[in-house]
Design a protein around this ligand. Structure first.
Ligand code: NAD
Length: 500
């Protein structure tokens, strides 16, 4: 059994006496058995993080920067191992893990190594002429982070890096389905010189370890990435404990194709943008709104291209698409597609669980749906599978209104060669990211985060420091006068001639 916890710089099995099998969803094989955290382990991790906070938060930024640079180096040296474990635990094709998850994580570490040295408040000034003001951006304390299973390493990095770069300490609970690369990361943080207690990892379930972490009184901030449903629960606990809150929740990204768009580019972009990570991506293209003059060609083009995508052995370089994370997720996707079809929609391609050799894993065929109503479940709710719904529109106003017509607002794209339309779509679509003529790319320098029910707060970029720091105003009297002018509010005559 692998130790499931990393607490205070050491691996431990955890005190619950319970364990969990980590399953490769492509094969059903058990990869590892890990110990599960109990509330006692949560308390040990939070207390270790609290003890480590003072020294880490007061270390010169260059110290934190050097540790994160060394971490980027260790990840680079172990890149193939990280990619292999990530591919196995999350069912990712090895090409995706090697070409996206791991290099993205290394770049995040390198970025925050630099950013750690640029954390600044605003410049000093004497606003009233007698006091010199400075603004300090200070770390908050222990951050309790909870992450999902879709990009286990990247989500661990997005949570840990800005927090520790700013001087906080972190207790991370990765998804119980995919804890292995977060545990490798904890080892590498220690090897890179991060002091014990600065980054702790707990393998545990949401209801037990997750709830204990949320409610722990020494946790000053909660950073959660996951579903909007669990996000509601997280917000309740945060409000009760008056904790700072960062929420990265579900998405239902629209993909708007205007009549002047490059249709080949849009077809290619729709297939890649909807199938990335088998559609288990919070920013994946899910609702394609196509100008009615191009609708038939778009549907035919997407269906043809989806049919060329190869599902298969995730360790093979030739496989394009892996399984869903679990049999439960596979059943959920199949049920949502089933209800859409029963309600009058049509699966133009896909809409089925593959049989034959792929039946050992939780695979689902790339699926394109037409004929769904805008207010139906398949258009409004997150499917989190390889499913794209296509709907026609006639006017620009209608396209923008449809794009905004779900509770979510994480990401969107608009496809057009008209500069005015592109600017209008960027301005009017309510989402934390709007791509023009592409869908999915992210960079460490730019913020990622939602509007509306997709949450609030930003990951990556300098904006994430706003989440993981608090602002302090320091005001220094530079008049040297004992009896200040403002004392008039207390004393009738506060001036130098006042008789005491
Ligand atoms: P989930 O909400 O089921 O679980 C997320 C995490 O919360 C897991 O670690 C889980 O153990 C924990 N959890 C569950 N119940 C809890 C509770 N009561 N208290 C504390 N913790 C609890 O989400 P998931 O199925 O793991 O991930 C998929 C979801 O994540 C999708 O909705 C997706 O859109 C979202 N997501 C969002 C972003 C983003 O940046 N906005 C990124 C990735 C994934």
């Amino acid at each position: 059994m692998t130790a499931g916890q990393w607490i205070d710089g050491r691996a431990s099995a955890g005190s619950s006496g319970e364990s969990l099998e980590v399953i490769n969803p492509a094969t059903g094989a058990v990869i590892e058995t890990v110990g599960l955290a109990s509330p006692v382990d949560v308390d040990a991790a939070v207390c270790a993080a609290d003890r480590a906070f003072r020294e880490w938060s007061t270390a010169p930024p260059v110290v934190r920067s050097e540790v994160l640079s060394a971490l980027a180096g260790r990840l680079t040296a172990r890149a193939a191992e990280y990619a292999s474990v990530e591919s196995q635990q999350a069912g990712k094709p090895i090409r995706l893990a090697t070409g996206f998850d791991v290099p993205g994580s290394i770049d995040n570490a390198a970025y925050f190594a630099g950013a750690a040295r640029h954390l600044q408040g605003s410049a000093a000034a004497e606003w009233d002429g007698t006091h010199s003001s400075t603004v300090r951006r200070e770390a908050i304390g222990v951050v309790g982070s909870i992450a999902p299973w879709n990009y286990p390493l990247q989500m661990a990095m997005w949570k840990m890096l800005p927090a520790v770069a700013a001087g906080n300490t972190v207790v991370l609970k990765p998804s119980e389905l995919t804890p292995l690369t977060a545990l490798m990361l904890a080892e590498d943080c220690a090897a890179a010189g991060m002091p014990p207690g600065v980054f702790n990892v707990l393998t545990g379930t949401g209801p037990v370890a997750g709830e204990a972490l949320l409610a722990h009184p020494l946790v000053r901030m909660i950073s959660f990435t996951g579903s909007t449903a669990v996000g509601h629960r997280v917000a309740e606990v945060a409000v009760a404990g008056l904790k700072r809150l960062h929420l990265e929740l579900g998405g239902k990204a629209p993909f708007v194709v205007f009549d002047d768009a490059d249709l080949d580019a849009a077809i290619q972009g729709a297939v890649a943008g909807s199938l990335i990570n088998t559609g288990q991506d919070c920013t994946a293209a899910t609702r394609a709104y196509i100008h009615s003059s191009k609708f038939a060609d778009f549907v035919a083009g997407v269906a043809d291209l989806m049919a060329t995508v190869t599902l298969g052995d995730t360790s093979a370089e030739t496989s394009d698409l892996g399984p869903l994370i679990s049999g439960n997720q596979q059943q959920k996707v199949a049920a949502m597609v089933g209800r859409a079809v029963a309600g009058g929609a049509r699966a133009v391609t896909g809409g089925e669980i593959p049989t034959g050799p792929l039946a050992v894993g939780s695979y689902y065929r790339p699926t394109l749906i037409t004929g769904a109503a805008q207010d139906s479940e398949i258009v409004q709710e997150e499917v989190f599978g390889p499913v794209l719904v296509a709907l026609p529109f006639d006017t620009d106003d209608e396209a923008i209104a449809l794009a905004n017509d779900t509770p979510y607002g994480l990401a969107a794209s608009a496809w057009t060669t008209d500069v005015v339309r592109s600017q209008r779509a960027s301005r009017e679509i309510q989402a934390g990211c709007v791509w023009i003529n592409d869908h999915i790319p992210i960079v460490s320098e730019m913020p990622h985060g939602g509007y509306k029910a997709s949450g609030f707060g930003k990951d990556m970029s300098m904006y994430s420091f706003e989440e993981y720091t608090q602002v302090k105003h320091v005001s220094v009297d530079v008049s040297g006068v004992a009896r200040k002018e403002w004392h008039r509010t207390i004393f009738r005559n506060p001036g130098p001639d006042r008789v005491v």
